[in-house]
Design a binder for this molecule. Structure first.
Ligand code: HEM
Ligand code: HEM
Length: 208
C-alpha cells in the first residue's frame, strides 16, 4: 500500500473539535482580557454571547481533551530513544536529517507538546470554573475575591503558554512540513512522508 493510515476518523473528529474549540476560547478569552481587545467579541455575536459561550465551549474543549488523552496517552509515553531525539533537536530544527535519531509514530517534541497541552488544559478548566461560578459548584466554593483574582491570572498565563505552543504546532503541522496537514484532514500519509518524518513507524507498517 503506497499510503498509510495515520489517524482514524474518530481521532480526527476529536482533534478538530479540540483545535476549533481552543481557537474560539483563545479569541474570546483574549477579548475579555483587555478593553482594547473587546471588539474581537463582534466576531462571536457580541460581548454577552461570547461571555455566555466561552465557559460552555470550555466544557466542549475539556471533553475533547479528555478523549484525546485516552486515545493517545499510550502512544505518547516517553522512551529512551526520545532523550536522544531531544539532544538532536537542533539538527531537526535546521533540517539536518542525518543527525536526527529515527522517530516512531510521534517524535519526542510531539510527545512533549501532547503532555504540555494536557496539563495546560487541566489548569484552564480548574482556573476557569471559579471565574464562571464564583458562588461555588459541587460543594466547592464560594470563591472569594483574592482566589478569583489568582485564578484569573493563572487562566491568563496558561492561555499565553498554550497560545505560544499552538503557534509552533500549527506552523510545524502546515507550512513547515508539506503532507502533514493531510494526515489530520483525510487521515492518510504517503510512505515517503512516513519514511522521512517517522521512519520507525513506517517500518512497523511494512506488513500492510
Ligand atoms: C476549560 C474551561 C474554561 C472555562 C470554564 C473558562 C471560563 C472563563 C471565564 C468564566 C472567564 C471570565 C470571563 C469574564 O467574565 O471576563 C474566562 C476568561 C478567560 N479565558 Fe477562559 N475558560 C476556559 C478555558 C479557556 C481556554 C482553553 C482558554 C484559552 C485558549 C481561555 C482563555 C481565557 C482568557 C484569556 C480569559 C481572560 C482572562 C482575564 O480576565 O484576563 N479559557 N474564562
Ligand atoms: C487549530 C489549529 C491546529 C492545526 C492546524 C493542527 C494540526 C495538526 C496536524 C497536521 C497534526 C498531525 C501531525 C502528524 O501527523 O505528525 C496534529 C497533531 C496533533 N495535534 Fe493538532 N492542530 C491544531 C490544533 C491543536 C490543538 C489546539 C491541540 C491541543 C490542545 C492539538 C493537539 C495535537 C496533538 C497532541 C497532536 C499529535 C502530536 C503532534 O503531532 O504534535 N492540535 N495537529
Amino acid at each position: 500500500m503506497s499510503r498509510l493510515e495515520r489517524f482514524t476518523y474518530f481521532e480526527r473528529v476529536v482533534h478538530w473539535t479540540l483545535g476549533l474549540s481552543f481557537l474560539y476560547l483563545l479569541m474570546t478569552g483574549l477579548a475579555f482580557s483587555h478593553p482594547r481587545l473587546f471588539w474581537i467579541t463582534v466576531l462571536s455575536g457580541g460581548g454577552q454571547t461570547a461571555r455566555f459561550l466561552h465557559p460552555w465551549i470550555g466544557m466542549l474543549f475539556s471533553v475533547s481533551l479528555g478523549s484525546m488523552f485516552f486515545i493517545w496517552a499510550k502512544d505518547m509515553r516517553l522512551e529512551s530513544n526520545d532523550r536522544e531525539w531531544l539532544m538532536a533537536v537542533r539538527a531537526y530544527a535546521t533540517r539536518q536529517k542525518d543527525g536526527v535519531p529515527p522517530a516512531g509514530k510521534y517524535n519526542a517534541g510531539q510527545k512533549l507538546f501532547f503532555w504540555a497541552m494536557t496539563v495546560l488544559g487541566v489548569v484552564h478548566l480548574a482556573s476557569g470554573i471559579p471565574l464562571w461560578m464564583p458562588a461555588g459548584v459541587l460543594g466547592i466554593g464560594p470563591f472569594y475575591g483574592g482566589t478569583v483574582n489568582t485564578m484569573r491570572l493563572l487562566h491568563y498565563a496558561t492561555t499565553l503558554g498554550g497560545g505560544g505552543l499552538l503557534i509552533v504546532h500549527v506552523y510545524l503541522g502546515t507550512v513547515a512540513y508539506p503532507g502533514t496537514l493531510g494526515a489530520m484532514l483525510h487521515g492518510r500519509v504517503s510512505r515517503g512522508w512516513a519514511r522521512l518524518h517517522h521512519p520507525r513507524w513506517e517500518k512497523e507498517q511494512a506488513g500492510d
